[in-house]
Every structure is written in structure tokens, then in C-alpha cells.
Design a protein around this ligand. Structure first.
Ligand code: TXA
Ligand code: MG
Length: 348
């Protein structure tokens, strides 16, 4: 264990057998039981965990993140027993999804059980719940043996953290500790689905695709807030609120030619231009900084590196970032959802 200011840092080897006996896991779990907040890796992004039954712990999460208190949290569990503790009922369609996708990046919105802190659900009658597929997260959950509320472990508005270093960059001294289990695999957050009777609606696209869900349950709806209309101006309230790098981000739909036009336009204004592209096109642009974010031929690699690349631009001294766009298929839906939320401008 190391100490960075007030925040403890434990490095954990994900491959160790019997992780729940590991000293770092034991210590992190104890802090959670004492209603402290601790960040840990999941298969999607790092989460900032706190006891889901404790108002005190939940308040600490909101304070550390600077998160508006009307935005509810996801509760993380490791067992069926814990699920039964925190939800009032589990509809048939939810059972099917759980059987197929848990542990994994799928969050279900279900009727809330009594014990869960009202602060965690922002006063709603529903609760968001998921079982993460990461050995460190599961070991901490089992060792602490309490359901753990865990939003992404970033300051509100910033890209989510995919390494423990990202967590420290945002939350050092604001949290009790961070468990470093290396870089997270999927890179974008879980898919959030609402269950209403037998109807399933995607509220946030993520690690499990609509196509995957539909193979199991047939038709699945997508909430209108996910289907951004790129031709209409964004509402001002949406700007700079999510996943945003420091420099304004322009997302360009269409071919390379459009990107070249915008690079020229920005450079003519004397702006230093950063380009977010993929390995395939990394030599195609003349700009001040060109960063490759995964490979277009394998969109999961773009998802994996997206947040780290957006964070990298904060260290690159650019005035504007111009990004390519990606096909809205499979994991591409989640990638484009995050880029559109992070964007200052979308160029059609
Ligand atoms: O992959 C993930 O889901 C990560 C890791 C750490 O598990 N967590 C995460 O949490 O992304 P957060 O707090 O950053 O996002 C939670 C999302 C928000 O969009 C929130 O509005 C929604 O889930 N949510 C939570 N409870 C809800 C509820 N009862 N009804 C509707 N939406 C809810
Ligand atoms: Mg988040």
C-alpha cells in the first residue's frame, strides 16, 4: 500500500487465486464497511464505491465527484442473495437477461427494496443494479458483503476513468483509497436498461449491445434520449456536461475530406488542432497533434481507448479537437453516444 496525500493506493494482481484473502482487498473492504469511499476497477470503467445502505457513504460519493444529487447511482452486487435484498421483485424478462449477461456490463432498473439508501436512488422507486465481471470488483463485493453503490470514479463532467491513475488525477485526497487492478477491458460503461413489465428499454447504450439483448428477448426499445438528432442544435444544457475534454470537441460526420476542411478552417484562425482518429488513418492528417484511438476494423478497441484518449488531449496543448465518427452499430452505438455527449459541435 502506498499513500498519496490522504488517499491510499493498493496494487492488486488480478490473476491471484483467492483474491478475497488479499491484504489490499481486505483493507479496502473494511473501509467500505466503515462507510468510507473506495475506487476499484470493473470490466467497464473504475467505480467509486460506497455502502449502498448508508446515507453517510452515499453523501461522500456525491461530494467527491461533485455530482448533482438528483442523478441516481448503480448498486453493485456479487450474488443472487444480494439481488433479492435490494430489489422488491424481478420480472421474468429481467431473469432471462441476468442469466445470460451477469456478471457483465448490463445494468437493470428494477423496483427498489427498502434498505437501499434513498440518496443512492435520488428518491426514485426504482434501483439500478448490476453484477460486474471483474475479479477485483467481485472480491471486494464478497469481502465487504454489502451492496456497493458505484458511479464511475471521475469528477462529474470528465471522461470516466479506465486506469487507477485517471482516478487519482480527479479524486486524490477526496476519497479513502483506490485499488489498482490495471486498465479496464471494455472502456465504456454498462448498458442501462429499464424493465417495465415485459418491455425492455435501453436508457444508456454500453458494453452489452442492443443486438445481444435482442437475441435473448426479441424486440428491445431504445429511449429517445439515446437517439440524438445530429441535424438539430444540441440543447445548451447538454454542453460540457459529460465525458468532456478541456478543449472543445467537434465530431465530424462524413468522409476525411470534411475533416481536412475543418482542420484548414481552424488553423486559419491560428488554432492548434488535435485529431482523434484510428490506427488506419493516423498518417492521413496534417494537424498539431494526431492521436489514434484503437482500430476502426475492431470497434471494441476504440471503446477501450476512448476515455484515455480524450484525457490525453488535456495534456496536449490543443485549442480544438476534431474527431472522426464511427458507425452506429454494435459497440459503435455506445462510442458515438459518448462522443456526442462530449461534443461542443457536431459537423454534418
Ligand atoms: O459501467 C458502469 O455502469 C459504471 C461502473 C463503475 O459500474 N458505473 C456507472 O455509473 O457508469 P454512473 O453513476 O456513472 O452511471 C449511472 C447511470 C446514470 O446514467 C444514471 O442516471 C442511471 O445509471 N440510473 C441510475 N439509477 C437509475 C434509475 N433508478 N432509473 C434510471 N436511471 C438510473
Ligand atoms: Mg459516470
Amino acid at each position: 500500500m502506498e499513500k498519496l496525500g490522504k488517499t491510499k493506493w493498493w496494487s492488486v494482481d488480478n490473476d491471484v487465486n483467492n483474491l478475497i484473502e488479499d491484504d489490499s482487498i481486505v483493507e479496502a473492504a473494511q473501509l467500505l464497511q466503515q462507510n468510507e469511499v473506495v475506487a476499484f476497477p470493473t470490466e467497464t470503467v473504475y467505480g467509486l464505491g460506497g455502502n449502498a445502505y448508508s446515507d453517510e457513504a452515499i453523501n461522500k460519493i456525491f461530494a467527491a465527484k461533485g455530482r448533482p444529487t438528483d442523478n441516481p447511482l448503480i448498486i453493485h452486487i456479487y450474488s443472487q442473495e444480494q439481488l433479492n435484498e435490494i430489489v422488491a421483485s424481478v420480472p421474468k424478462v429481467a431473469k432471462q437477461l441476468i442469466e445470460t449477461f451477469w456478471p457483465g456490463p448490463l445494468t437493470l432498473i428494477l423496483p427498489k427494496g427498502k434498505q437501499v439508501s434513498e440518496r443512492a436512488t435520488a428518491g426514485l422507486k426504482t434501483v439500478a443494479v448490476r453484477m460486474p465481471n471483474h475479479p477485483v470488483a467481485l472480491a471486494i463485493l464478497e469481502r465487504a458483503n454489502i451492496p456497493i453503490a458505484a458511479p464511475s470514479a471521475n469528477r462529474s463532467g470528465k471522461p470516466s476513468p479506465t486506469t487507477a491513475k485517471h482516478v487519482i488525477a480527479d479524486l486524490n485526497d477526496k476519497i479513502a483509497g483506490v485499488v489498482d487492478g490495471g486498465r479496464t477491458g471494455i472502456g465504456v460503461e454498462s448498458t442501462v436498461v429499464q424493465i417495465d413489465g415485459e418491455n425492455v428499454t435501453i436508457l444508456r447504450p454500453g458494453g452489452i449491445t442492443r443486438e445481444q439483448i435482442e437475441t435473448i428477448i426479441g424486440k428491445c426499445h431504445v429511449h429517445e434520449s439515446v437517439l440524438t438528432d445530429i441535424h438539430s442544435p444540441q440543447s445548451p444544457g447538454m454542453k460540457y456536461t459529460h465525458y468532456a475534454p478541456l478543449a472543445p470537441l467537434y465530431v465530424v460526420y462524413g468522409n476525411e475530406h470534411r475533416l481536412h476542411e475543418w482542420i484548414a478552417k481552424e488553423r486559419a484562425k491560428g488554432h492548434r488542432v488535435g485529431i482523434l482518429t484510428t490506427t488506419e488513418n493516423v498518417n492521413a492528417y496534417k494537424a498539431d497533434r494526431v492521436l489514434a484511438c484503437g482500430s476502426r476494423s475492431e470497434l471494441s478497441t476504440v471503446a477501450e481507448q476512448l476515455y484515455a484518449t480524450l484525457r490525453q488531449f488535456d495534456r496536449e496543448n490543443v485549442d480544438v479537437i476534431i474527431s472522426e465518427s464511427f458507425p452506429k452499430e454494435g459497440i459503435g452505438v455506445a462510442i458515438m453516444n459518448r462522443l456526442e455527449k462530449a461534443a461542443t459541435k457536431m459537423i454534418v
